[in-house]
Design a protein around this ligand. Structure first.
Ligand SMILES: [Zn+2]
Ligand SMILES: [Zn+2]
Length: 278
């Protein structure tokens, strides 16, 4: 007997996926998922639509977000779940974060121009939905479309990656600030894909910075990583989450439904929210 499965880390066109909310739900349904977590970068713009149409797909929407933070010069992603996504203060803060993303995109394009690579901001923004949450992935895609690079990895390797000539640092929150932002909106902060960092001192430091959960299951986690993270979840008494981090056809392949976590993990999250209310 199973209670069904969930994929708790999925992006939509509201940030940098190529999939609309409808496409995400269609795919979630065909994978037989009970619940799907919508976790766009710095925006909750995809959630209203998702919640509205989800019943017709028979899939539960777990409202989420993915924020970028920084610790020890490393980019750390923090997921938030079950926040009050209509909360005005929360939405305002996300607007600010998105504004700084836009400023960063402009600077990257200036740097590319300095390398005699002409890329129009418009062509980058055209790849985002409603000109929001622009990121390096959009720039990389625009570079590919313009024939500047052959593929997305090449754009990061040659230009946009941390050691590339067109790299621009982002204005980041600290992990604690990101966690507090989510908590203040009534949500659960979860450290995203820690295995990508592969630095366990840093991972443990972040897990102790206001996190209430850890993304144990992720497309880029090996089974060894999963075991280590499970141990840390019990060491720090953290909720366990997991998801595919699907970006539609934007990355090399479609991952939605490739990471399935038992629905019990979702129930654990809901229980912990109830406890907070008391
Ligand atoms: Zn991430
Ligand atoms: Zn993600």
């Amino acid at each position: 007997m199973t209670n069904g499965y969930a994929d708790l880390h999925v992006h939509t066109k509201a940030s940098d996926s190529t999939f609309s909310v409808e496409q995400v739900l269609e795919l979630a349904k065909s994978c037989g998922l009970r619940a799907v977590g919508i976790t766009d970068h710095d925006t909750v713009d995809g959630i209203a639509k998702a919640v509205e149409i989800a019943p017709s797909y028979g899939v539960e929407i777990i409202p989420g977000v993915e924020l970028s933070a920084e610790e020890n010069n490393c980019e750390i992603h923090i997921l938030g779940y079950f926040m009050d996504w209509k909360n005005p203060a929360f939405k305002n803060k996300l607007d600010e974060l998105r504004h700084s993303r836009m400023e960063r995109a402009k600077k990257i394009i200036e740097k590319l121009a300095g390398l005699n690579i002409e890329l129009k901001l418009e062509s980058v923004l055209a790849l985002t939905e409603s000109y929001t949450a622009v990121g390096r992935l959009h720039i990389a895609r625009a570079m590919k479309l313009a024939g500047i690079v052959n593929d997305i990895p090449e754009a990061f390797r040659k230009y946009l990656g941390q050691s590339g000539p067109a790299y621009v640092k982002k204005q980041f929150l600290s992990p604690l600030e990101a966690a507090n932002l989510i908590k203040n909106a009534g949500g659960i902060p979860v450290m995203a894909h820690p295995g990508v960092l592969n630095n366990y001192d840093l991972i443990e430091k972040v897990l102790q910075s206001g996190m209430q959960g850890v993304e144990v299951y992720h497309t880029e986690h090996s089974s060894g990583t999963v075991e280590k993270l499970k141990m840390l979840a019990s060491k720090y008494n953290l909720l366990i989450t997991g998801g595919s981090d699907d970006h539609g056809a934007g990355k090399s392949k479609i991952y939605l439904g490739s990471i399935l976590i038992p629905y019990e993990y979702v129930e654990n999250m809901k229980r912990s929210l109830k406890k907070e209310e008391k």
